[in-house]
Design a protein around this ligand. Structure first.
Ligand code: HEC
Length: 128
């Protein structure tokens, strides 16, 4: 019980720190672009580490920052409604997973489904 509370509190602390960091950054330039997020997902498997609970504190902060910035990033394609739905679901699943909710790993895996989001929102280069 105490351990669980400690986890919740450290998650809250991380959220507060990150919200502060994002507000400061917004005044400059958005560091957390969709492209950078995608590169971290592809090359570092950032989301996989989060889902498995193997991410470091640093990686967790980074993932949360990307997820939080995502709804405010404009996708190259697709409706604003769909983007809001997909990125909102991802934010919700991330929060639940970091709070240790049951079944949250599956929900986050689903919210991170590459194709489900790329089909409506990513522009594919024409075939060679
Ligand atoms: C919630 C939506 C969403 C999810 C989930 C998602 N992507 Fe993406 N991804 C995008 C969008 C939007 C782009 C286009 C970004 C742009 O061109 O600005 C993109 C682009 C990319 C790119 C190209 C990046 C570049 O340098 O141009 C890669 C690689 C990529 N995604 C990998 C993945 C992988 C792997 C997964 C699944 C594990 C995934 N994405 C899940 C939305 C998503």
């Amino acid at each position: 019980m105490i351990r669980k509370l400690a986890t919740v509190f450290s998650f809250l602390a991380v959220t507060v720190i990150i919200s502060g960091a994002i507000t400061a950054d917004e005044k400059k330039e958005n560091k957390y672009t969709t492209k950078k997020f995608m590169q971290a997902v592809k090359t570092g498997g950032l989301h996989t580490k989060i889902i498995k609970g193997e991410a470091s504190e640093e990686e967790t902060k980074l993932f949360v920052a990307y997820v939080k910035a995502l709804p405010t990033n404009k996708p190259p394609k697709g409706s604003a409604d769909s983007w809001k739905k997909l990125t909102g679901a991802l934010a919700k699943a991330t929060k639940a997973h970091l709070a240790g909710k049951e079944g949250s790993a599956e929900a986050l895996t689903k919210a991170m489904n590459c194709k489900a989001c790329h089909t409506p929102h990513k522009v594919y280069p024409p075939k060679q």
